[in-house]
Design a protein around this ligand. Structure first.
Ligand code: ITT
Length: 201
């Protein structure tokens, strides 16, 4: 059986693949979007992470005929009223330009004191089977936005995010450490039993 991880974001794909493969689902072959014929990317127009995740998984399942997992995620910062949120990938106007997005956030938080720099990552993960079931779950990861990037692991806003209870940024955690506590790790782990049920038929 083949299951598609429907993302064009390389950092996200690594994490999804690690978490799903770790589960050891028997004969399942996990594919990324680059393993299937390309199809046009639908615009992300939903107001919520859940809406976007379901829409992405649906599009991928419909285009490929494969069961698909999609993640819609982002960083919601308290002092910015929850922004960038669903706009995290394109906050600077350039979709997927992690450095520009991160620099813009740091600039916007320049005058915000340390005690008001809280925020959290959110991941909505959807599993959609062509003409079949549809499940969406959510994981969250709270922390603080620091003033200067640190670390080279991970992707996106990881270098400016220090999770609660940590002194290191998410980009200074080892990949397995991040997976164990991250928004994506939490969301995926609540999705995996549904995947297993589907695989075992
Ligand atoms: P796909 O839609 O193809 O999956 P995307 O990058 O456009 O890729 P999203 O719209 O869900 O995906 O945007 C997610 C953005 O949120 C991502 O580009 C990062 O800027 C940020 N983000 C999400 N999870 C993150 C994480 O674990 N660490 C750091 N930044 C993260």
């Amino acid at each position: 059986m083949r299951i598609l991880l429907a993302t064009r974001n390389a950092g996200k794909l690594d994490e999804l693949r690690r978490i799903v493969v770790k589960r050891g689902l028997g004969e399942v072959r996990v594919l990324g979007l680059s393993d299937v014929e390309d199809f046009p990317e639908a615009p992300e127009t939903g107001a919520t992470f859940e809406e976007n995740a379901v829409a992405k998984a649906h599009d991928a399942a419909k285009a490929t005929g494969l069961p698909a997992i999609a993640d819609d995620s982002g960083l919601s910062i308290d002092a910015l009223g929850g922004m960038p949120g669903v706009l995290s990938a394109r906050w600077s106007g350039q979709h997927g330009d992690d450095e520009a997005n991160l620099r813009l956030v740091l600039g916007q938080l320049q005058d915000v004191p340390d005690e008001r720099r809280g925020g959290g990552f959110v991941s909505a993960a959807a599993f959609v089977v062509p003409d079949g079931k549809e499940i969406v779950v959510r994981g969250e990861w709270r922390g603080t936005i620091i003033r200067e990037p640190r670390g080279t692991n991970g992707f996106g806003y990881d270098p400016i995010f220090v999770p609660d209870g940590e002194t290191r940024t998410a980009a200074q955690l080892q990949p397995a450490e991040k997976d164990a506590v991250s928004h994506r790790g939490k969301a995926l782990r609540s999705l995996l039993p549904h995947l297993q049920e589907y695989v075992e038929g």
